[in-house]
Write a protein that binds this ligand. Structure first.
Ligand SMILES: NC(=O)c1ccc[n+]([C@@H]2O[C@H](COP(=O)([O-])OP(=O)(O)OC[C@H]3O[C@@H](n4cnc5c(N)ncnc54)[C@H](O)[C@@H]3O)[C@@H](O)[C@H]2O)c1
Length: 353
């Protein structure tokens, strides 16, 4: 029986992956790891409670993770665990460095010392920084150019994983960079669930600055399918030329080529709930150092591994808005537990009420 170890499993994408994995690999043993940080929510695992073993553990703590590896001997490892919120990273960057950089190294080291069949490190489009005016998109060969504490911590994790790929050729470690995800179980501190849960409580959607920050959007289930495909791909040895050409490393960029500004997303969400965007959106002071635009090219993943996204953006967004509308008990409990999740940068990053 194959053993999967999934970290960050009580967060948004990790939980969605574990839900899907329980269907994709019905006979597998699934070990779900999370330290239940700010974004962690054990209730996200309720639908698969009887299918998983849950371990509350910190991926940046080598002894703790080595115990988990020794206890379960995983065949497949997917590391989703990270501190993930840009606003929060500006206020307290240290936790981000620990989870996203040291955590990446500890996970790679555990998979090196207690060999696994394959290990995927999940990274983000944000390590590439802002897309230059006129540039079409980033790809696996683009330089890392992080400019925020969150993306810098993720980029540090990337560099560590690249070093492990090339220094330990027997370690089958791969990496993905994904566009912005949307879907169920996302903490309402991120744009789409914040917008829906505000509107459902009779509050306006707060939009940073002019709202023309442009993002690349992908349904979370499509991201999970891409990660699963990369995990199981037969990739062969890394060519020597990868030393100077990172596009030859086992790195895959993931996107549905769906670009939209934050303002467009807000307008669509408001309209989806049958409300008037002119009345229900308010512009608020922008957060410091906000990335303006990014887009990423999934051509390598499509051509080498045959992945394509299954969710059309319009349908996926409508289905996502319906999910939050139909599951108020989920997000009401989150807000009761964690407090209001919007940020007020006029108030130096205090909670927005
Ligand atoms: N959300 C997106 O749009 C997006 C896009 C591309 C890539 N990613 C990446 O995907 C991964 C998951 O993102 P998400 O949106 O689900 O984030 P999330 O914040 O919702 O979940 C992350 C989970 O990791 C856990 N965690 C953090 N540090 C940990 C540690 N040291 N030990 C154990 N658990 C820890 C948290 O408690 C949380 O449950 C991250 O690596 C993120 O960088 C996210």
């Amino acid at each position: 029986m194959a053993v999967y170890l999934v970290t960050g499993a009580a967060g948004f994408i990790g939980a969605n992956y574990v839900h899907l994995l329980s269907q994709w690999a019905p006979d597998a043993q699934i070990v779900a790891v999370d330290y239940i940080g700010f974004a962690g929510n054990e209730a996200n695992l309720d639908p698969v409670r009887d299918r998983i073993s849950f371990e509350k553990a910190d991926i940046a703590d080598f002894e703790m993770m080595a115990d988990v590896y020794r206890g379960y001997r995983p065949d497949y490892v997917v590391n989703f665990a990270a501190e993930s919120h840009n606003d929060r990273a500006i206020l307290s960057p240290s936790a981000f460095m620990r989870s996203n950089a040291l955590g990446a190294q500890v996970m790679a080291e555990c998979s090196r010392l207690m060999p696994v069949t394959a290990h995927v490190h999940v990274s983000t489009i944000e390590v590439y920084g802002d897309l230059a005016a006129g540039a079409e998109w980033f790809s696996e060969g683009s330089p890392l150019n992080a400019k925020t504490p969150y993306s810098a911590a993720k980029a540090a994790g990337d560099q560590i994983v690249r070093a492990y790929m090339q220094t330990y050729p027997d370690l089958s470690i791969r990496m993905t960079h994904c566009a912005n995800n949307y879907g169920p179980y996302q903490l309402p501190e991120k744009l789409i669930p914040l917008a829906v849960t505000n509107l459902l409580r009779g509050r306006k959607v707060p939009i940073y600055g002019d709202g023309l920050q442009s993002r690349d959007w992908l349904h979370v289930a499509d991201h999970c399918a891409a990660v699963h495909r990369v995990l199981h791909a037969d990739l062969g040895p890394i060519p020597a030329a990868a030393a100077t050409d990172p596009s030859l490393l086992p790195i895959f960029d993931v996107s549905g080529r769906q670009e939209a500004t934050n303002l467009e997303i807000a307008r669509r969400v408001v309209a989806e709930l049958g409300m008037d965007p002119a009345e229900w959106i308010e512009h608020i002071p922008d957060r410091p150092n906000h990335d303006r635009r990014y887009l990423i090219d999934p051509a390598k993943l499509e051509s080498a591994l045959g992945w394509t996204p299954e969710h059309a953006f319009d349908d996926g967004l409508a289905e996502t808005v319906r999910w939050y509308r139909d599951n108020p008990s989920w997000w009401e409990a989150v807000i009761a537990d964690k407090g209001e999740l919007g940020f007020d940068w006029a108030g130096q990053g205090t909670a927005r009420r």
